[in-house]
Ligand binder design. Structure first.
Ligand SMILES: [Zn+2]
Length: 260
């Protein structure tokens, strides 16, 4: 029996010869996080989710003749707002920015002109936006974009209780990906902290101290989560992401990219 990666493009399972033959066109870098997700979900929740999303999307894209190389998931990213919780792993804003710039520079040196960051953690968007601006100001860098993975227009979400951390959505995803790690006896409707000044949420941006915003380190109704909901969410998002990756792979790069 001859060994092979689980699917073409899964960098950590490829050999030098596999990569030579594959001739990658696009690099995907998943960004996870290792942080508290309430009494019911594991610290690695963001990593498990974004890794599964990227596996599904890259596999589908490459089966559709794309040439997308999937990097290993970054397990430690920005978590300044979680610092009151023990073992919310984090690097600073400037550190993450420099890591991403270094990784994109390595992509450029290895002949890649298109890089996609797939983000799985809510603490990262401001840094991702700033990093893309920084890269845009540098000469001869690849095209770089970032995404959460889009939800297709007009498709209803199976999630009935929205939450931005450790609620029905994330719990459902984990029930599909790693049910053995979900503490089902700990599922609850976890409280959110209430603001003294409602206009702050409506009219401003500020960094929420998460020990005040989600005191249990997860918020919202998680008791109606299901593996089936999690599968629908991840497969639907992976479908959209896979289609984007096919187009990025097929569209030739030149100095006007991504414009006509
Ligand atoms: Zn999460």
């Amino acid at each position: 029996m001859s060994a092979a990666p689980a699917f073409p493009g899964l960098l950590e399972e490829m050999t030098t010869q596999d990569i030579q033959a594959f001739d990658p066109e696009v690099v995907v870098l998943p960004l996870g996080s290792t942080e508290p997700h309430g009494p019911h979900l594991p610290m690695g929740t963001d990593c498990y989710q974004v890794t599964r999303l990227c596996h599904l999307a890259v596999r589908a894209a490459n089966e559709n003749s794309a040439r997308v190389l999937l990097y290993p998931t970054l397990p430690i990213t920005n978590n300044a707002n979680f610092r009151r919780f023990r073992f919310a792993l984090r690097v600073g804003i400037r550190t993450l920015m420099q890591m991403l710039i270094d990784i994109v520079t390595q992509c450029r040196d290895d002949g890649i002109r298109k890089v996609v960051f797939v983000n799985g953690h809510g603490g990262n968007p401001a840094t991702l936006d700033a990093t893309l601006r920084e890269i845009a100001g540098m000469d001869d860098m690849p095209f770089v974009c970032w995404t959460w993975g889009a939800w297709p227009e007009g498709v209803a979400s199976p999630i009935e209780h929205a939450s931005d951390h450790g609620g029905e959505d994330e719990t459902s995803r984990m029930l599909w990906i790693r049910p053995d790690l979900v503490r089902s006896d700990k599922l609850a409707n976890n409280p959110f902290g209430q603001l003294r000044i409602a206009r702050l949420k409506e009219q401003t941006h500020f960094v929420r101290p998460w020990h005040l915003y989600v005191p249990e380190s997860a918020g919202g109704e998680a008791r109606e989560s299901s593996a089936q909901k999690g599968q629908v969410i991840l497969e639907t998002k992976a479908g959209e992401l896979g289609d984007l990756l096919v187009e990025l792979s097929e569209t030739p790069w030149d100095e006007r990219f991504p414009y006509v």
